[in-house]
Design a protein around this ligand. Structure first.
Ligand code: NOJ
Ligand code: CA
Length: 565
C-alpha cells in the first residue's frame, strides 16, 4: 500500500489567504483534451464542470486553463482571435463564469492564459492592419516593415523562429503587388504585437481586468520574455542584448500589470512563462513589483540524475531568495514529452530540438521514476504544477503523422513529432470507445491508444497502488503537514551521492524528510524515522533504485500526529 490509512481528504483551500499561491498545487488543464461534455469529440467547459469533484478529490488549489478563447487553433489556442470570447467548441462566456464560481465553491481558484506577444491573424486588429496603408496607426500595432534587397524581396531580418523557419511573411497590397513584411516569432498566423504602441498596452490591461472582474485568481503569461523588440532590428548576436529575448523594457510592462493585479481586494497572481538560462536575469521578473512566480523550466528539462537535480534545486532556491520570490516545481506541460516516457529513455533530459519519432523508452522504468519525481517535487518548498494526465502516469503517445496538426511538426519538415503526443484526451473509464472522454461511439479529436483502459481514472481509483492514489496521498499530505507548508528546507547527508535527502519544517511545525534514491542499489531507511509515504508499494525498510520516500523523524511531533513511543 502506498496510501497510509491515516491520510484524510484535504480541506478546501483557504479562499481568504492572499498569499495562497506560495505553496499551492496548480493543475494545468488543456481543455480540448480533458473531458467532452456535449459529445462532439472535443473537450469542453461542460466536461470540466462535471469533473470538478475529481479535481477537488485530487487535492488541487487552482486550475490553469491553457487558452480557451475564440481562435482558429493553428497553435493549440495560442493564436487568439478574441480575448473576451470562449471558443465555441469549448463553450460560452456564461459557462466560463459558472465554472469559475463553481470551482471556487470547492476551494479551487482559476488562472487563465494571457498571450501578449502575438494575436491570431484572424484578430480584427490584424485584418484592419492588412487593409490599412503603410505607416498607418492600424499597422503600428504590429511589426510591419519594408523588405530588404532591390525590390523588398528579402525579409527585414534573418531571425529564426522557435518553431523553425523564418519570422517574417510578406503581405500583398490591394493592387496585387508584393507589399510590406510583418513579424511573427511563431507561425505566420501569429503576428507579433508592437508593445511600444500605447493601444497594445491599454488593450491588454483591459483584458486582464475583464478576466479579473469575472473572478479569476490570476494569469499565466505566455512567452513573457519576448514582448519588447529592438526597433532597429539588428541580427541576433550583432549588437548588445538579444533583439527580442529578455529586453530591459519588458519589466515596465509587468510593473504596470502588477499594479492592476494589486488593485483588487484579493490581489491577483501573475505567473510568467520565462525561458532564460541566466538565473539573475530570470529573477529580475520576480522582483516584488513584477511577477509573483515563473515556471521552473531548468528543473523540468534536467535529466533524472541526483547531481543534476540537486544542482537545479540549489540554484532555484538561491536565485529566488534575493527577490523573496516563490519557487515553482514543474515536471511537464502541454509542450514537452510526458515524464513517464522521458524518464524511461537513455537520455532523460528534455530539449525541443532533440524531439524525434521512434525514440525507445522503458515505460515501466519511466513510471517508477515519474512516481519518485512526484514525491520529490511535492516535497520541495514553493508552488507545484501538475499537468493533466501526469497524475494518471500517461505516457507520451506517438501519433501517426496524418493525425498531427502541430506547427512544430510541419515546420520541422516532419522530423519533430510535435507536441500533441502529450495532449491526447484523458481516459476516464475502462470501457467506451474513448474511455469515457466522451460518449461511447464518438471518436475523440485525437485517438487514444487502445490499451488505456488500465490507466483510466476508473481503474486507478480502485487501486491503492496506482499513480492516481499516490498523487492524491501526496497532495493531501502537502495540505495537512505543516512542515510541507513551511519555508524551511535543509539538505541532509544521504548514504551515497546518488541519494538526495532533505528535510522540511522545524521543531515547531514538526519535520518531514524526503529521500530519493537515484542509485542502482537499495539503501536503508535511516534509523529513527517512520515511513509516511513511499513511491512504490511494499518497500520493507529499504528504499530501492528510483524510489522516493517521505519520512518522519521519531523524536518529532506535529499538530496531527501522536509522538512516537
Ligand atoms: C508557449 C506555449 O506554451 C506554446 O504552446 C505556444 O506554442 C507558444 N508559447 C507560442 O504562443
Ligand atoms: Ca465537446
Amino acid at each position: 500500500m502506498t496510501v497510509p490509512s491515516t491520510i484524510e481528504t484535504r480541506q478546501p483551500a483557504s479562499v481568504g489567504d492572499p498569499r495562497w499561491w506560495r505553496n499551492a498545487v496548480i493543475y494545468q488543464l488543456y481543455p480540448r483534451s480533458f473531458a467532452d461534455g456535449n459529445g462532439d469529440g472535443i473537450g469542453d467547459l461542460a466536461g470540466v464542470r462535471a469533473s470538478l469533484p475529481y479535481l477537488r478529490g485530487l487535492g488541487v488549489d487552482a486550475l490553469w486553463f491553457t487558452p480557451w478563447y475564440a481562435s482558429p487553433w493553428v497553435d493549440g489556442g495560442y493564436d487568439v482571435a478574441d480575448y473576451r470570447a470562449i471558443h465555441p467548441d469549448l463553450g460560452t462566456l456564461a459557462e466560463a463564469e459558472a465554472l469559475i464560481a463553481e470551482a471556487l465553491d470547492l476551494g479551487i481558484r482559476t488562472i487563465v492564459d494571457i498571450v501578449p506577444n502575438h494575436v491570431s491573424s484572424a484578430h480584427p486588429w490584424f485584418a484592419e492592419a492588412l487593409g490599412s496603408a503603410v505607416g498607418s496607426p492600424a499597422r503600428d500595432r504590429f511589426w510591419f516593415r519594408p523588405g530588404l534587397g532591390t525590390s523588398g524581396e528579402l525579409a527585414p531580418t534573418g531571425w529564426v523562429s522557435d518553431f523553425r523557419g523564418g519570422t517574417w511573411t510578406r503581405t500583398t497590397d490591394a493592387d496585387g503587388r508584393p507589399g510590406e513584411w510583418y513579424l511573427h516569432l511563431f507561425t505566420p498566423e501569429q503576428p507579433d504585437l508592437n508593445w511600444d504602441n500605447p493601444e497594445v498596452r491599454a488593450e491588454h490591461e483591459a483584458v486582464l481586468r475583464f478576466w479579473f472582474d469575472r473572478g479569476v485568481a490570476g494569469v499565466r503569461i505566455d512567452s513573457a520574455a519576448l514582448l519588447v523588440k529592438d526597433p532597429t532590428l539588428p541580427e541576433v548576436g550583432q549588437a548588445g542584448r538579444h533583439p527580442y529575448v529578455d529586453r530591459d523594457g519588458v519589466h515596465d510592462i509587468y510593473r504596470s500589470w502588477r499594479a492592476v493585479a494589486d488593485s483588487y481586494p484579493q490581489p491577483k497572481l501573475l505567473v510568467g512563462e520565462v525561458w532564460l538560462e541566466d538565473r539573475a536575469r530570470f529573477a529580475n521578473y520576480l522582483r516584488p513589483d513584477e511577477l509573483h512566480t515563473a515556471f521552473n523550466f531548468d528543473f523540468m528539462t534536467r535529466p533524472w540524475d541526483a547531481a543534476e537535480l540537486r544542482d537545479s534545486i540549489e540554484a532555484t532556491l538561491a536565485s529566488h531568495r534575493p527577490v523573496a520570490a516563490t519557487p515553482t516545481w514543474v515536471l511537464s506541460n502541454h509542450d514537452v514529452t510526458r515524464p513517464v516516457t522521458r524518464y524511461g529513455r537513455s537520455d532523460t533530459s528534455f530539449g525541443f530540438g532533440a524531439k524525434r519519432f521512434g525514440v525507445p523508452s522503458d515505460e515501466s522504468l519511466g513510471t517508477r521514476r515519474a512516481r519518485a519525481a512526484a514525491l520529490l517535487t511535492a516535497a520541495l518548498p514553493g508552488a507545484l504544477y501538475v499537468y493533466q494526465g501526469d497524475e494518471l502516469g500517461l505516457p507520451e503517445v506517438e501519433l501517426p503523422p496524418e493525425q498531427i496538426s502541430d506547427p512544430m511538426h510541419f515546420r520541422s519538415g516532419g522530423v519533430d513529432p510535435g507536441r500533441e503526443g502529450c495532449r491526447v484526451p484523458l481516459p476516464w473509464t475502462r470501457d467506451g470507445s474513448s474511455h469515457g472522454f466522451g460518449p461511447d461511439g464518438i471518436p475523440a479529436w485525437l485517438p487514444q491508444p487502445r490499451h488505456w483502459d488500465g490507466i483510466s481514472v476508473e481503474a486507478q481509483e480502485a487501486d491503492p497502488a496506482s499513480m492516481l492514489s499516490l498523487y492524491r496521498a501526496a497532495l493531501a499530505l502537502r495540505h495537512s503537514e505543516p512542515a510541507l507548508r513551511s519555508d524551511d528546507f535543509g539538505w541532509l547527508d544521504g548514504p551515497t551521492e546518488q541519494v538526495l535527502a532533505f528535510r522540511r519544517g522545524s521543531p515547531e511545525t514538526g519535520r518531514l524528510t524526503c529521500l530519493v534514491n537515484f542509485g542502482p542499489r537499495p539503501v536503508e531507511i535511516p534509523p529513527g524515522h517512520r515511513l509516511v509515504l513511499a513511491s512504490q508499494p511494499n518497500i520493507d525498510n529499504k528504499v530501492g533504485p528510483d524510489v522516493a520516500v517521505w519520512l518522519r523523524p521519531f523524536a518529532e511531533t506535529n499538530n496531527t500526529q501522536e509522538k512516537e513511543k
